[in-house]
Design a protein around this ligand. Sequence first.
Ligand code: UDP
Ligand code: GLC
Ligand code: MN
Length: 344
Amino acid sequence: MFSQTLIVLDLAWQFDGTFSTDQAFVTLATNDSYARGAMVLGKSLRNHKTAKKLVILIGPQVSAPCKRVLQRIFDEVRVVDVLDSGDTAHLSMMKRPDLGVTFTKLHCWTLTHFSKCVFMDADTLVLSNIDELFDRQELSAAPDPGWPDCFNSGVFVFCPSMETYGKLLQYSTEHGSFDGGDQGILNGYFGDWATADISKHLPFIYNLSSIAIYTYLPAFKQYGGNAKVVHFLGQTKPWSYTFDPKAKRISGSPQEATSHPSFLMDWWMLYSSAVVPLLYEQYGDQPFHSGCVEGESPSQAQSQSPQPLMSSEERKERWEQGQADYLGMDSFDNIQAKLDSFLK
Ligand code: UDP
Ligand code: GLC
Ligand code: MN
């Protein structure tokens, strides 16, 4: 009788969506820097009360203290072999020689103790509960801002299966990846995504690449408030900056920034309030190694030399190279003020 009640309760929980053991959010970190991103992502999912399990795939390079912090946040921390495309030719076209290891992402299909999962890059941040993504089918994803007939592989819904995993590896051996990373393989393998089934197109608000804010600012002003997931896509990640938690000030190399300042601030606030205390527990008074540093002190921040002034020609060139000064003179607030003055 007692066990029957338990079974009924268990089923009810799952039906209710308040407790489910066979569905999980999955991320990946092959080193301590991406591990820090994953810690923030995991905390953001917990803060928004996900009912799903949290899983992280890590490479053997992730240090023991970082691994212990990950174990505090994730339900499962699984060490996997790092797969590398070694495809320098295609990766250099994206100016991202570091992305060959994203092949490691394919391991997520081996998590067959789950029936359905949502993969999220370690450089994503959740802004509200997104458990409704589990109503979608494999392979659901949002368009890539650079080529919207491809999906971006920073957020996608999938069903673990050894058969699919084998086919993906076979596909990559036979065809390679057109971008040298996982996104090229996945778009090749799930090649009818653009045209076959619109329900597999996730709204852009589930994978808002911060890059798109600057390529279509009025749309961001119109819809950006509905964003559920922000993706810090591109070479410069939130952890590439330093943050002074007391002054709430971010510093770093703003000319390379590709993030909206307020999302960057959300990331750093969560990192400093929820992740740094866990890192302290592991590292004690020692400075955090391998990129696990809290950020510079206010005196260091003040001693930074100001950015040199730029001619408008130089500034235009930088924009064309995707290197706008997003945290400085090309900040969202400045662009908005300029737009407002045009509209007046
Ligand atoms: N990644 C990793 N180690 C690396 C590079 C990438 O673990 O050295 C993982 C991490 O989860 C990351 C994802 O692969 O978020 C994709 O890489 P990234 O986010 O840098 O690509 P982008 O979205 O900028 O194109
Ligand atoms: C992309 C995606 C990222 C992927 C990379 C390599 O831009 O955002 O998730 O790993 O390309 O294919
Ligand atoms: Mn990413």
